[in-house]
Design a protein around this ligand. Structure first.
Ligand SMILES: *Cc1c(COP(=O)(O)O)cnc(C)c1O
Length: 358
């Protein structure tokens, strides 16, 4: 740290991304990326001609991609916001709407790590609401607090999902507060709340191309809401970096939307692989949540979470372990392709000195 850093950032704790070690080739099951590549349409659209135009700024209004998103999701273009990854949108949300005691914010104590990082970054009055023992969210906790609400649905890293009825209850009970539903994993088996934005002017639904659309490396996030909320987000974007989505990503995003069936088929494959892997882990005696995401959250009674993480790493498999004492017996395992998950199961059985048929 230099002596020049602003005082307000002295105690800021930055987010820790999943490790990307280069010492050997790992089966990477630690950052919830898709095991499947972008579609042919995307590979063809990002070509020599599009690279040749990199001397020109991208369209700050993202008109074409906004239109494609609006058509696909059945909303107006004024209800769509696009940004450089959904982390960017979460950052804008905290910057725009959460500030001190007048605009407090609540979210589950076990959830996506960035919520607390952005809270501190923007000086929000943030409160973490404990999950129930089984990691489920008690809706009542979010109905009686006069605060903005942030919930990942499905939640990370538990994979558990809320129903639309439950989300609606939260929306109805907080008419003067914003409710952000982070749908990074919604395409893997939960219900999207997008259909509710016309009814509730306090709902902001956030999504990403990073997980279900195989574009983590392109950085593209989106949000749907009432047009006034979108206008506020645009104001923040135009006050920071109007060109925050580059030309190639805009082209790739539009091509991906045109190939939506390819991605939704991949999501089905990932769900099948997930359910198979969960069944095998249960055979091995693991406690596994009922994940509706592209990851599995599991603990063994035979080995600690950290020891399993370390043993798997030695065998060339990376999973995500969290040191938080509430979940340190668990690991979060991204669902890869069938071959990767068979290797994961085989090595896990070896570590536990168990036999299993695949
Ligand atoms: C991965 C993830 C994001 C971030 O996605 P990007 O679009 O890659 O920034 C946001 N929220 C949750 C819950 C995630 O898991």
């Amino acid at each position: 740290m230099s002596k020049f850093l602003n005082k307000k950032y002295l105690t800021l704790e930055a987010y820790t991304p999943g490790e990307q070690p280069k010492d050997m080739q790992y089966v990477k099951l630690n950052t919830n990326e898709s095991p499947y590549p972008p579609s042919d349409n995307v590979l063809n659209a990002v070509n020599r001609d599009s690279v040749a135009k990199l001397n020109l700024y991208p369209d700050p209004e993202c008109k074409e991609l906004k239109q494609a998103m609006a058509d696909l999701y059945g909303v107006g273009t004024k209800n769509v916001f696009l940004s450089n990854g959904s982390d960017d949108i979460l950052n804008f949300f905290f910057m725009a709407f959460c500030d001190g005691e007048e605009h407090p914010v609540i979210y589950p104590n076990i959830s996506y790590g960035f919520y607390s990082v952005y809270s501190k970054l923007h000086g929000a009055d943030a409160r973490e609401i404990p999950l129930c023992e089984d990691f489920s969210i008690n809706i009542e906790d979010y109905c009686k607090n006069d605060a903005n609400v942030v919930i990942a649905n499905p939640n990370a890293p538990t994979g558990l999902a809320l129903t639309l009825d439950q989300i609606e209850r939260i929306l109805i009970s907080n008419p003067d507060r914003l409710v952000l539903i982070d749908e990074a994993y919604v395409d893997f088996g939960a219900e999207s709340a997008v259909s509710l934005i016309s009814e509730y002017d306090n709902l902001l639904v956030v999504g990403t191309f990073s997980k279900s659309r195989s574009m983590a490396g392109a950085r593209l996030g989106f949000a749907f809401a009432n047009e006034n909320i979108i206008a506020d987000l645009e104001k923040i974007k135009y006050s920071t970096n109007p060109y925050n989505i580059n030309r190639l990503t805009l082209i790739a995003g539009k091509a991906a939307i045109e190939d939506n069936d390819y991605y939704m088929d991949n999501c089905k494959k990932i769900q099948d692989t997930r359910n198979y892997t969960i069944a095998k882990l249960r055979e091995l005696g693991f406690d596994v949540t009922d994940s509706k995401a592209n990851f599995i959250f599991a603990k063994s009674y035979a080995i600690s979470g950290e020891a399993l993480y370390r043993e798997l790493k030695k065998r060339g498999i990376l999973v995500r372990h969290f040191s938080n004492s509430l979940i340190c017996e668990y690991n979060r395992i991204t669902v890869g392709n069938d071959e990767q998950m068979k290797k994961f199961i085989r090595e896990t059985a070896n570590i536990l000195e168990r036999k299993i048929e695949l």
